[in-house]
Design a protein around this ligand. Structure first.
Ligand code: NAD
Length: 284
């Protein structure tokens, strides 16, 4: 048996089509502003991808590419101006930030109503209280993908591997809000395989290539692979991307997301959907 593949593209397209139809009903195209500091190649490429997609679906997008040495006070000033600017609906500061800038200070400074990354403590609190608010993009995109493919969540035993603020924790909260029975595992978990084998729904966000092997997966389980790891090619060949889940897991799982092309496209689509949702909220 081979697992059913759950590609992100069709689900992302459905999410974007809905977001773009809602955007067209607003008085003006929702406006997303992204800020990045320095020239970290991954950050440059992420912001470029989000900017391109935003324009494609009819949003307005502005990118501030600031020098790596930008003082924290200057960045906070810019955020304050964007908060006060009614023509701006969503603000995203690309992480990670250079060491001289406090991530906490920046995330606290963004108006929670424009916090399209969903990382402001107010929005984190609303998530854990089960109240509506802007949700972190990768976890919310994963829930959309599960729904798109008709994979049940309520009542299922969900195991989340990884407890980052960006993926693992908020994903656990979203699954709990949807009535899954949730276990969160991490680097200090004893006998990870014994826990992951319990999962009907196994979500892995660690950043270690092929951490999850077939014997760690219950036959028939749904496996969501969030990991994006760049690994060198064999014998000096071209580097390629691989997930946190060993491709051999497809032999035992019931359904599995590919890497690349699984969760990745959902993250950008959800960011744009969040920007539309923020604009709708602000229009009310
Ligand atoms: P992180 O480094 O912030 O967190 C990793 C987590 O894994 C930590 O909580 C740690 O406790 C846990 N961990 C480490 N070793 C472990 C082990 N042996 N067993 C169990 N848990 C262990 O990473 P992150 O930001 O959550 O990202 C995780 C991966 O997801 C990365 O590969 C990243 O590139 C990818 N990612 C993908 C997307 C996407 O859109 N597809 C978005 C965000 C992150």
């Amino acid at each position: 048996m081979t697992a059913r593949l759950l590609p992100g593209a069709p689900a992302a397209e459905a999410l974007l089509a809905d977001a773009s139809a809602r955007a067209a009903r607003l008085p003006a195209p929702p406006h997303l502003v992204m800020v990045r500091l320095g020239d970290d190649p991954a950050s440059v490429s992420y912001v470029r991808g989000k900017d391109r997609k935003a324009r494609e679906v009819g949003l307005t997008s502005t990118v501030y590419a600031l020098p790596e040495t930008t003082p924290q006070a200057e960045l906070l000033d810019l955020i304050a101006r964007l908060n006060a600017d009614d023509s701006v609906n969503g603000i995203l500061v690309q992480l990670p930030l250079p060491a001289h800038v406090s991530e906490q200070a920046v995330l606290h400074a963004i108006d929670p109503r424009k916090d399209v990354d969903g990382f402001h403590p107010l929005n984190v609190g609303e998530l854990w209280a089960g109240r509506p608010a802007l949700r972190p993009c990768t976890p919310a995109g994963i829930l959309y993908l599960l729904d798109h493919y008709g994979i049940p969540v309520a009542g299922q035993r969900a195991v989340v591997v990884g407890r980052s603020h960006i993926v693992g924790r908020p994903l656990a909260g979203l699954l709990l809000n949807r009535d899954a029975t949730v276990t969160v595992t991490h680097s200090r978990t004893i006998d990870l395989g014994a826990v992951t084998r319990e999962a009907d729904l196994l979500c892995v966000a660690v950043g270690q290539p092929h951490l999850i092997t077939p014997e760690m997966v219950r036959p028939g389980a749904t496996v969501i692979d969030v990991g994006i790891n760049r690994v060198p090619g064999e014998n000096g060949g071209k580097a390629h991307l691989t997930g946190d889940v060993d491709p051999e897991v497809a032999r035992v799982a019931g359904a599995i997301t590919p890497v690349p092309g699984g969760v990745g496209p959902m993250t950008i689509a959800q960011l744009l959907a969040n920007t539309v949702a923020a604009a709708e909220m602000q229009a009310r």
